[in-house]
Design a protein around this ligand. Structure first.
Ligand code: PLP
Length: 358
């Protein structure tokens, strides 16, 4: 099993096999999707199908556009601000981890970005909403649903009195049901839960489209993207096609409810292994906002134990368990494609390692 950060394709063996099968000849066309014109009928059908599946899986209401955009999550840090900040010139940011901190920093280029609570030194919790100071004049309120590096995940949708909510769901996209109607914009880079790196899904309420700052490059402009159904220029056709295959797989695996149940079960196994170790493993995150997707933990007794843990795990096929370079330690990423079996293997290994040191 692999627990690394962008490894969906390593797990989705069946999807990869299907992609391999169709690599040289997609649906009898005699061509690879890679070779096809992005304006030809075959690709256009794939493109439409991917967007429709996304709409079905997340029950996206009709007054929302689903855009497929370049630039990853980082591209959206800028795009969000450029497209939405113009309304009042300011926006509210809830900084709960490394990624929302980056988004906040980027937004300052385009207007006045406010922190809704003071930035913490270490990201281990999400302040209750009663402690948030929202500006009623803000163009939007921004937060990151799951902080990938820190393992901090929201278990509520903030109440913003009608101010549109923008949410980065890059690392927990399609892992639990979400009431899209509560949001102005939801975006997610594909590479954690739904496909290869190279494409970003942006779900945006229609009334928020068309207010971009004048200098916004058209490639990051929601209106220009929507107008051409995300084919204003050559899209990463192969990435989009593979994402469609993942959507199909996800639908076969019980859809969004299936993923929610699955992610709950998996993360509980790892948190339980941490708890049962009586402090040998230590997860710094507050119990109420522990992530189902990324479980960071430390072995505090002896710094060398972490290195040994990682080496032994790797020898047993559990790869890329190293924490993010900015925080160190160990991190198990449990994206949709990680199986319950993979997770049981890791939990068992954690127990054995702990017992061997006690
Ligand atoms: N937001 C979150 C929550 C992430 O986890 C990441 C990357 O890991 C990003 C944004 C940045 O995404 P990208 O690397 O696609 O720019």
């Amino acid at each position: 099993g692999l627990f690394g950060n962008n490894l969906i394709s390593c797990f989705l063996y069946k999807v990869l096999l299907q992609v391999q099968n169709q690599l040289l000849d997609y649906g009898g066309s005699g061509m690879s999707v890679m070779e096809m014109s992005h304006r030809g009928a075959t690709y256009l059908k794939i493109h439409e199908d991917v967007i429709k599946r996304c709409r079905d899986i997340l029950k996206v209401p009709d007054n929302y556009k689903i855009l497929l955009m370049p630039g990853g999550g980082t591209g959206q840090f800028s795009a969000v601000a450029m497209n939405l900040m113009g309304k009042t010139g300011c926006a509210d940011y809830a900084v709960t981890g490394a990624w929302s901190a980056k988004a906040f920093k980027e937004a300052q280029k385009y207007g006045k970005a406010n922190l809704v609570f003071p930035k913490a030194e270490k990201f281990t919790t999400i302040p209750n909403q009663s402690e948030w100071k929202l500006d009623p004049n803000a163009s939007y309120v921004y937060y990151c649903d799951n902080e990938t590096v820190d393992g901090v995940e929201f278990n509520f949708i903030p109440e913003t009195n009608g101010v549109p909510i923008v949410c980065d769901m890059s690392s927990n996209f399609m892992s639990r049901p979400v009431d899209v109607s509560k949001f102005g914009v939801i975006y997610a880079g594909a590479q954690k839960n739904v496909g290869p790196a190279g494409i970003t899904v942006v779900i945006v309420r229609e009334d928020l489209i068309g207010h971009a700052l004048p200098f916004t490059p058209s490639i990051l402009d929601y209106a220009a993207t929507a107008k051409d159904n995300s084919i204003a220029n050559t899209p990463p056709t192969f990435c989009i096609y593979v994402m469609g295959q993942v959507f199909e797989w996800l639908q076969r695996k019980g859809g969004i409810e299936g993923m929610a149940k699955h992610s709950q079960e998996k993360s509980q196994l790892i948190y339980k292994a941490i708890e049962d170790s009586k402090g040998f493993y230590f997860c710094p995150v507050d119990a109420k906002c522990r992530s189902r997707m990324n479980v960071p933990f430390r072995i505090t007794a002896n710094v060398d134990y972490e290195k040994e843990f990682l080496e032994k795990a790797e020898k047993q096929g559990m790869m890329q368990l190293k924490g993010h370079r900015s925080v160190g330690g160990i991190r198990a990423s449990l994206y949709n494609a990680v199986t319950l079996e993979n997770t049981e293997t890791l939990a068992k290994f954690m127990r054995e390692f702990y017992e061997s040191k006690n």
